[in-house]
Design a protein around this ligand. Structure first.
Ligand code: ADQ
Length: 479
């Protein structure tokens, strides 16, 4: 496994060194597979106590209390973090793939460092990999690795999963190094995307850049090799969300919180503070809603949780300022002594607090300008049986979750209408609408995603027969 973020991070604080596992479905799903296969996970060692806890090669056995596999940390200096991570990954690939070409900073030094870091990760992988190992690379940080590995490991089974949208060629091609990126990815045997349209966009780009390649609807034959390309919509750990959110203590605390917010209905947004998430348009739609539906004044509040992210990048700081000005302006316009229209929370919240908000929100507005998938939509549905989901048609999630109220995030009037519709639904209508969504999120959970990916990859991973099923069952039992 190769990813930018590591599954175990060592941090030193006043009390000593602590090992943390990052929150998120991906690590939770893949860690048990790695434990079972006793493989190697290669990732950037980003914790401030990572060096002292690893050996001279950057290796450490994890989990520490029951070592099952090797985490191999790759060290990056601040310039590399700045140019490979903040630069190439977050200021070139991220904006371009989210159709924000004008935000891309196409600096050659970002590209040079990105290439160097990809090579460093490839070298570490080559040191670890055996001839018949399967190598799974995560995300946009390592597009050059499949081809770099392929040169040295012609027979290994290599896959890459892409977590964000893949744009049409006309957009992607603003990257001067597009051909190298696509060529790098074609070193893989299997490429996974969230949706069929990202698959089609990728294949379209390959056709344009490599006219000599044979391209079908799900594969590319290039230089005598075949790369399969397929959609695998990622899911969440549904059962875990269900269990955690139905614990008595959480329900009690959620009830207390709900009583303190003295409005009839609550609308919720939960996002990283990213320009792709459509937070500003959502706030403007809420303002327009209050302007045009005065009977809701004092009766509905909007809670927007926006966790800080990538604040080293100026666009993120500017957007934060713009959002904060808008919150201030809208609140200034409508606020009453007993009522706050927009409750704005700009910090990372502990998981149980997010769950409480999911529980008490009558309506969730998940209205990104564009999003690879968007897990908040799925988390809300898993937790709240009686809510209403308003979902952007440009979130990957809308390909499967089409029974939500689907909106165009650029169309403020459309979002105002959607809010009116959602807030005036009867409890029976809400429950009826929620049911098919919940079934989908339950069926297509993170383990379904994982096993469909592994199955398509033809992976037995030197595990016993049925091991993937066992992993899935085992993970569930362990909870
Ligand atoms: P992200 O862009 O990070 O992921 P998303 O899928 O919505 O977006 O996941 C965000 C996660 O962070 C959710 O689990 C959410 O609960 C949590 N979160 C958000 N704000 C938070 C806050 N303030 N406090 C605490 N937790 C918060 C990328 C792609 C997505 C794709 C995923 C997975 O951009 O489109 O769905 O990868 O492939």
């Amino acid at each position: 496994m190769v990813s930018n973020r590591e599954p175990y991070i060592h941090e030193r604080n006043k009390k000593g060194i602590r090992c943390k596992m990052p929150v998120g479905g991906l690590v939770a799903a893949i860690d048990p597979v790695m434990q079972r296969t006793r493989g190697v996970w290669i990732a950037w060692g980003s914790g401030n106590a990572d060096v002292e806890t690893a050996d001279e090669k950057g290796r450490i056995l994890v989990p520490e209390d029951d070592p099952r596999y090797t985490l191999r940390r790759v060290w990056l200096d601040p310039k590399e973090v700045n140019e490979y991570y903040y630069g190439f990954s977050n200021r070139i690939i991220w904006p371009v793939c989210h159709l924000f070409q004008e935000k891309a900073r196409l600096l050659p030094e970002y590209w040079e460092t990105y290439k160097r870091v990809n090579q460093r990760f490839a070298d570490a992988t080559l040191e670890e990999a055996r001839p018949d190992d399967h190598i799974w690379i995560q995300d946009v940080h390592f597009t050059l690795m499949p081809a770099a590995l392929r040169e040295e490991l012609p027979g290994n089974n290599i896959a890459l999963f892409w977590h964000i949208p893949f744009p049409p060629w006309e957009t992607f091609s603003c990257i001067p190094w597009r051909k190298e990126i696509l060529g790098g990815m074609l070193g893989a045997d299997l490429l996974g995307f969230h949706t069929a349209s990202y698959v089609a966009n990728f294949l379209g780009a390959v056709k344009k850049e490599f006219p000599e390649a044979q391209v079908s609807t799900s594969a590319v034959r290039y230089r005598g090799r075949i790369t399969r390309v397929r959609a695998f919509p990622i899911g969440i750990d549904y059962n875990k969300y269900r269990e955690m959110s139905s614990k008595d203590s959480l329900r009690r605390r959620a009830g207390q919180l709900r009583n303190k917010i003295s409005v009839q209905q609550i609308i919720l947004g939960v996002d990283r503070l990213d320009y792709t998430k459509g937070i500003l348009n959502r706030l403007l739609a809420f303002e327009k809603f209050l302007d045009t539906h005065p009977r809701y004044l004092g009766k509905v509040s909007f809670i927007q949780v926006a966790s800080p992210t990538r604040s080293a990048i100026s666009e993120y700081r500017e957007m934060k300022q713009h959002i904060e000005e808008t919150v201030g302006r809208v609140n200034g316009k409508f606020q009453r002594p007993q009522w706050t229209p927009i409750i704005y929370i700009n910090r990372h919240m502990p998981g149980d607090e997010i769950l409480m908000l999911y529980r008490i929100a009558d309506v969730a507005m998940v209205t990104p300008i564009i999003d690879g998938m968007n897990l908040v939509a799925k988390e809300y549905v898993a937790v709240n049986d009686n809510g209403v989901l308003i979902l952007s048609e440009f979130a990957g999630a809308s390909e499967e979750m089409d029974s939500a109220i689907i909106v165009n995030p650029y169309d403020l009037d459309g979002m105002v209408k959607a809010l009116e519709e959602a807030l005036s639904m009867t409890p029976e209508e809400r429950a009826r609408n929620m049911e098919p969504l919940r079934e989908l999120v339950k069926e297509h959970d993170i383990f379904w995603w994982l096993s469909s990916f592994l199955e398509e990859w033809g992976v037995e991973l030197k595990m016993d027969e049925g091991a993937v099923d066992e992993i899935v069952a085992g993970t569930r039992r362990a909870r």
